[in-house]
Design a protein around this ligand. Sequence first.
Ligand SMILES: [Zn+2]
Length: 253
Amino acid sequence: MASDPVETPQIIEVADGFYVRQAVDNMAWIDMGDYAVVVDALEQPHLAGEVMAEIDRTLGGKPVRYVLNTHTHYDHVALNGAFERLGAEIVNQETCSISSQGRWFDGRRRLKMLATPGCHTSEDCCVWCPEDRALLVGDIFGWGLTPCGAVTRRTIKILDETYGRLIAFGATTVVPGHGPVCATHELLRWVDYFHWLIDAVSKAHRAGDSESQIAASLAPPEDMKRWWRFVQWKHEDSVAKVVKAVCSGELGG
Ligand SMILES: [Zn+2]
């Protein structure tokens, strides 16, 4: 098996002045002209010095004016304080109100932070950069991980609607909260996979298979076997969530 693609953090230049530190926890920093914007702020506070040095090196010392958090789980906010002490404004659904229409940040490029709640947390936001066709989706996309706590009719509807909005951007670069950078293709593939799971589990349940028989019969799709940590545990986790929803009657059998 190939080695884990994010075992060693890697600085990826998505576009001129637009960088992603790709690792288990991702963060981005973006040159806006007079200032920089950071998106998401990792899990480990001790990385502050290393990350700030990288930002200085790649953006030539521009001040970070805003830190945008896609949501406030602990693994996305650890460096907020360090940036705030240097004068950055922290922007997430706890520090201000972001609508589904979004808040724009202007400079040499434009960024829009928009609310896309309900897939992973009630405060999910995404960040869209039209010039670079880059979309940062936080933990809404997780390389095969089902982002919501429980699969219900309501969460399926929210996931479908939100993924529809995200796919419509036609992003050529999609930055998830964790793991390798991808593109719109993976968003589309996940929606297909998720509905395939629901259909397959429902069919097997109607045929009278037990929960363990259903789980054992659903192998990971061939083309997704290379997805980050998918075969190791994410597929099994997604199957378990859908089996629970179907077999408990949540989805109406
Ligand atoms: Zn999260």
